[in-house]
Design a protein around this ligand. Structure first.
Ligand SMILES: Cc1ncc(COP(=O)(O)O)c(C=O)c1O
Length: 392
């Protein structure tokens, strides 16, 4: 029994929680959704206590951030990733997606080509399309049960004269890869050679399995750092997604000024006081909690893999190097995407994120950030529903 992660969490039906609301207006009692990427774990006790105190104060006027916030980020990133951030590189946003959209507008022009590596987190597609840029898909390759970048195709797309940016998902949602330093360097060398700006979304970086260390793109070297913006947040790490707080770190002063101006143009000027405090307490006091979290997520992944191997040997699951998202190939069920979603949701009461929305037909993404008991119950429902259908 883990004191933090095996605790039962109260249901959040009709509480305006996205993941729970996606189950529809009247979900069956006892069902926990395993879709949207936030956790069914409470934040670490130190954060809960700090936010309780702020809540009790009843004083929540316009908030800013200062040295304490910047130092918490600098110290965390230095300790964990060996990257030395300066205070004036940090740009606060309402979230990393807000920052990516602002970066797309700041560093590219309408019509420009922007490369993303598919299948990928759906807001990446939207940040390109809704800002009227041209989407260039560099599909990941599945080689011997392992996702890899297709560098030949990447070079082809980066070398087009109209390509001006690439949005990197590092670690990658949904395929669970933690890119190695060598892979990132290859990406970086191609981007530098072709004058392509890198927007590196590293929101999942704190959730890497211990044998897959994260490399911050900007830490590759000065030239790489000059032409990139790094998205980071405490939200995935500490169960804070509803507090609307993200950071974009831009080392080059001119690029930093451009992004500051674009974030200002988007009308954002007020920060969440709760988000600020939670990040500070998390980064300053809750590192051991994160290390335990990563272990627990790794155990959940192995539990999933063993269970599926026993009951559904034809279902393939991508190796999990980072994130808490398992990327599962259900194509052996021989259902089209709509029928697969219907089967899982209506018959197995299993609410996952639909792979088709990421550019992965036949796949589903399962959120492993839940207690083992919740995971086990979900998988048992899948077995029962599959038996009723004659799938097993
Ligand atoms: C890769 C990636 N980037 C960004 C986000 C969301 O970030 P934010 O809530 O800070 O906008 C998510 C959430 O699932 C994500 O997976």
């Amino acid at each position: 029994m883990n004191q933090f992660f095996d605790q039962p969490i109260p249901p959040r039906i009709d509480m305006e929680v996205e993941k729970w609301d996606l189950m529809g207006p009247d979900p069956e009692p006892g069902i926990v959704p395993l879709s949207v990427a936030d956790m069914e774990f409470k934040s670490p006790p130190a954060i809960v206590e700090a936010l309780e105190e702020l809540a009790r104060s009843g004083l929540w006027g316009y908030a800013g951030w200062g040295d304490r916030y910047a130092n918490a980020i600098r110290s965390w990133v230095s300790r964990r990733y060996g990257w030395e951030v300066q205070r004036d590189w940090i740009i606060r946003t309402t979230g990393v997606v807000h920052g990516i959209n602002a970066a797309v507008r700041a560093f590219t022009n309408p019509g420009d080509g922007i490369v993303i590596q598919t299948p990928v987190y759906p807001p990446f597609y939207r940040s390109v399309r809704e800002n009227e840029r041209t989407l260039l898909k560099n599909s990941l390759k599945l080689v011997d049960g392992h996702y890899e970048m297709d560098f030949a195709d990447l070079e082809d797309k980066l070398s087009r004269p109209t390509t001006t940016a690439m949005i990197l998902c590092s670690p990658h949602n949904p395929v669970g890869r933690v890119w190695t330093r060598e892979e990132l360097q290859r990406v970086g060398d191609l981007c530098l050679a072709h004058g392509v700006f890198v927007i590196s979304d590293e929101i999942h970086c704190d959730l890497c399995q211990h044998d897959h260390p994260h490399t911050v793109y900007a830490s590759l070297g000065e030239e790489y750092a000059k032409h990139c913006a790094i998205g980071m947040a405490a939200s995935k790490t500490f169960s804070l997604a509803g507090l609307a707080c993200g950071n974009i770190i831009v080392p080059d002063p001119d690029n930093h000024a451009k992004l500051v101006a674009e974030v200002a143009r988007s009308g954002a000027y007020a920060d969440s006081a709760f988000g600020t405090l939670a990040l500070e307490v998390g980064y300053e006091q809750c590192e051991p909690w994160v290390d335990q979290l990563v272990d627990y997520l790794g155990e959940n992944y192995r539990y999933l893999v063993d269970f599926m191997a026993q009951h559904f040997p034809k279902v393939w699951i991508a190796p999990l190097e980072g994130t808490y998202l398992a990327w599962i190939d259900f194509s052996s069920f021989s259902l089209d995407d709509a029928a697969l979603a219907d089967f899982l949701e209506q018959e197995a009461k299993l609410y996952l994120s639909h792979g088709i929305n990421y550019g992965g037909p036949g796949f589903m993404r399962l959120n492993l950030a839940c207690s083992r008991q919740v995971l086990h119950a979900a998988l048992e429902r899948l077995v029962q529903a599959a038996k009723a259908r004659g799938f097993v």
